[in-house]
Design a protein around this ligand. Structure first.
Ligand code: T4K
Length: 410
């Protein structure tokens, strides 16, 4: 496995913003794909070429679906070309109308899938600790035409499933989960994939299990599953027989080959991610103004994202200043998910005042930092990145000084 060069961690005097040599010769990314056993991938690819069956519900896709279905402990798993199309098909197949409550603090696909399908997203604020929908806030923003809640298990931390389920039942609305970050995670002994009316996983290259591009809907609702399957393939129920509206949301065989290979490596990837996470947590313990996002006891996490929040009043530095410090060291940390969906088009134009009701979202957008992890990042790399952060936090005035003469981050 390739690891960028990790020289000894820089001391305060060596930070690149102060003229030192960057800690890494090559950029370290958030979301560098985990590859798995390429021999196994090529075997699957060879068999695929021998069969001359490349897409349209081939055997690899079926095998992939069965693995996802079994792991989630549900009746149906339907593989898609990506999670965004899966979400679009799901909300269409579920017959949603009017508005749907979603967090704004998420990747923009969560809101886009609704708007694209002619639904109106209503943004609700999130909890400052869990970063997922705050049930009381959801209750407060629901409108008479609200037909569903689409919650997000952000960073792989399961939402308040019980609270949301009670609210959805009380109001007679559907409950769906965008589980793009949460493959392999669990809550109270139950696996993500089995909650609400249906859930959607992403297997995009940046996800810890990946199929290059890919997604899946999991559900116990057989009627809903049938409609999703039909819509995934133009509404075809048989040769030349179209029985519903539809689109092309099919996963290809080569994607399923990668997905299966990635699933084979899942335990190792989680173990690697967890080691990185624990190293960050230990190295950053006591770093003034930085706190690492935590996962609750008693659940399984995939540790796909390492998230820290920066309290500028304590740290003496803004999150964006730390981003610049890290970039100078070739560490490309990300400001996920800034600026929040409500500040992105078309929502910004459609609901210019939305931010007034989203104070926690606004704060998280300004303070959250995603740090590099995954199998392309070693424990040694994590130590180096942590030392960079500590060095910056130990001398905030000097950092501010150095940055005042530099350009702003990406
Ligand atoms: N819901 C949620 C909550 C999501 O987070 C997502 C996707 C979705 C729904 C929709 O799922 P999909 O339709 O994508 O299946 C990336 C991903 O493109 C996106 O899938 C993901 N969330 C999001 C969190 O991250 P960007 O805009 O950050 O992508 P980009 O191109 O900046 O790449 C991210 C980092 O990964 C960069 O540092 C470079 C690195 N990278 C990326 C790729 C593709 C690599 O090193 N190698 C690669 O092959 O959205």
């Amino acid at each position: 496995m390739h690891h960028p060069v990790s020289p000894p961690p820089p001391s305060e005097a060596e930070l690149a913003i102060w003229g030192g040599k960057p800690a890494f010769a090559m950029p370290l990314h958030v979301g560098r794909p985990n590859i798995g056993d390429t021999d196994r991938f090529f075997e699957r690819a060879r068999a695929m070429f021998d069969r001359r069956w490349l897409t349209n519900n081939g055997p690899l896709v079926q095998e992939f679906e069965e693995r996802i279905r079994e792991a989630a402990g549900v009746k149906h798993a339907i593989a898609f070309c990506n999670a965004t199309v899966a979400l679009e098909v799901l909300v269409r197949a579920a017959g949603l109308t009017g508005s749907v409550v979603v967090p704004s603090y998420t990747f923009v696909a969560t809101a886009h899938c609704l708007h694209w399908m002619g639904l109106r997203p209503i943004f609700a604020d999130v909890d400052p600790v869990t970063h997922t929908l705050d049930v009381a806030k959801v209750r407060a923003v629901m409108e008479p035409d609200t037909s569903a809640i689409l919650a997000v298990h952000l960073w792989g931390r399961p939402c308040d499933v019980a609270g949301l389920s009670t609210l959805a039942a009380e109001r007679g609305v559907k409950l769906f989960f965008d589980a793009a970050h949460a493959y392999g995670c669990s809550l109270g002994g139950r696996d993500v994939g089995s909650f609400g009316n249906a859930e959607v996983f992403s297997f995009h290259a940046t996800k810890f299990v990946n199929s290059f591009e890919g997604g899946a809907i999991t559900t116990d609702d057989s009627d809903l599953a049938n409609r999703c399957r039909l819509m995934r393939n133009f509404g075809f129920a048989g040769v030349d027989l179209v029985v519903s509206e539809g689109t092309n949301g099919k996963m290809s065989e080569i994607s399923a080959a990668m997905g299966l290979t990635s699933l084979d490596a899942m335990d190792e990837i989680i173990a690697h991610n967890r080691r990185n996470y624990e190293t960050y947590a230990a190295e950053l313990q006591g770093a003034e103004g930085l706190s690492i996002f935590e996962f609750p006891e008693g659940g399984r996490a995939n540790y796909q994202y390492v998230i820290v929040t920066v309290d500028p009043r304590v740290a003496g530095l803004e999150r964006d200043q730390l981003v610049t410090v890290l970039e100078a060291e070739n560490v490309l940390a990300r400001r996920y998910f800034t600026p929040g969906c409500h500040r992105m088009e078309p929502y910004r134009r459609l609901m210019p005042e939305a931010g007034e009701h989203l104070p926690i979202t606004e704060r998280l957008c300004d303070t959250v930092l995603a740090l590099p992890t995954g199998t392309a990042v070693s424990v040694e790399d994590v130590r180096t990145i942590s030392r960079v952060l500590r060095a910056a936090l130990a001398a905030p005035a000097r950092v501010r000084d150095a940055l005042s003469t530099r350009s702003t981050p990406r």
